[in-house]
Design a protein around this ligand. Structure first.
Ligand code: NAP
Length: 284
């Protein structure tokens, strides 16, 4: 007969998101929806971890049963120094948002923002193809780096980029190569001529921030316009772009899609990004 004290029950997998602060994160609602939908015994928890506690937390989390975590502000860049294996794209972007705690004890760091951006575009603007023409990108922050790297990977011919702080755009050009053309922030409207895709990757337009105020008169009908900001869903940039005949794609889909690879690695199921998930996250 088996000794019940020696029968090991499988551990319930834990995952979560670390940031500082973290209360605003929609990731628990997102992963919680998938866990429930697929009947997976697991939990996803938000954890407020201050920078000085990051190293210790990373040491402890796998021992507590965590199989991986998402990483958000302010840890996305510093986490690279603490990971054992960093994917090429996370290294190129200079930030990670998804960690896997491997069975061999190593911490694997990846960045899924670019893949999330592309998947959102494929879902909501399936007619857009990378070869369709130049891309105009407003902003050169962390998210812009991920988006630009993903666009180059899928083969866009040119990325025109403008950032308030020009040096940041120049640095991106230096890191990602000659497909990037840097424009002055005051001439950002000129990037729109002949563009097949226009992206706002600045934080302008977010609730509580000023709107993105750039002249959109050179935007051509049928161009795809997308915003990384998703609160509100329809930013003033998207509203004006739509009025000018662009096809608009909001930023919520990027958030949903960037979460899928992590969920699959941690819980063993490739989750679906659909209307029910969108609703659940919007309600949260
Ligand atoms: P970040 O690294 O802090 O970069 C912020 C960007 O906004 C920079 O280009 C910055 O320009 C620009 N900016 C801020 N205030 C400005 C102003 N007053 N005038 C002109 N430009 C201004 O942030 P991030 O991580 O790239 O995130 C950017 C936005 O994308 C945020 O709203 C974030 O929530 C959103 N995001 C969404 C997703 C998603 O899944 N949908 C994923 C990642 C990020 P300077 O360089 O001149 O400061």
């Amino acid at each position: 007969m088996t000794d019940p004290s020696k029968t090991e029950l499988p551990r319930i997998p834990l995952a979560g998101v670390i940031g500082h602060p973290i209360a605003h994160s929609r990731s628990p609602a997102l992963h919680g929806h998938w866990l429930k939908r697929y009947g997976i015994k697991g939990h996803y928890v938000p954890m407020d971890i201050a920078p000085q506690d990051l190293k210790e937390a990373l040491h402890m989390l796998p021992r507590l049963g965590f199989v991986g975590i998402n990483v958000t502000i302010p840890h996305k860049e510093t986490i690279l120094q603490l990971a054992d294996v960093v994917t090429d794209r996370a290294a190129l972007i200079g930030a990670a948002n998804t960690l896997i705690f491997r069975k061999d004890g190593k911490i694997h760091a990846d960045n899924t923002d670019g893949a999330g951006f592309m998947a959102n575009l494929r879902q909501h603007a399936p007619q857009w193809v990378p070869q369709a023409g130049p891309v105009a990108l407003f902003g050169a922050g962390g998210a812009a780096r991920a988006v630009a790297a993903a666009l180059i990977e899928v083969g866009v011919p040119e990325i025109r980029i403008a950032n308030r702080t020009r040096l940041r755009a120049e640095t991106l050009r230096h890191d990602l190569g000659a497909k990037l053309t840097v424009y002055d922030w005051v001439h950002a409207g000129d990037m729109l001529q002949g563009a097949s895709l226009v992206i706002n990757s600045t934080s302008l337009g977010m609730t509580g921030k000023p709107d993105l105020r750039l002249p959109l008169d050179q935007l051509e009908r049928g161009t795809v316009a997308t915003d990384l900001v998703y609160t509100p869903l329809m930013t003033s940039f998207l509203i004006e772009a739509e009025e000018r005949g662009a096809q608009v794609v909001d930023g919520l889909g990027m958030l949903l899609h960037q979460a899928a690879p992590g969920f699959e690695r941690w819980f063993g199921k490739r989750p679906e990004v659909d209307a029910a998930l969108r609703e659940a996250v919007l309600r949260a």
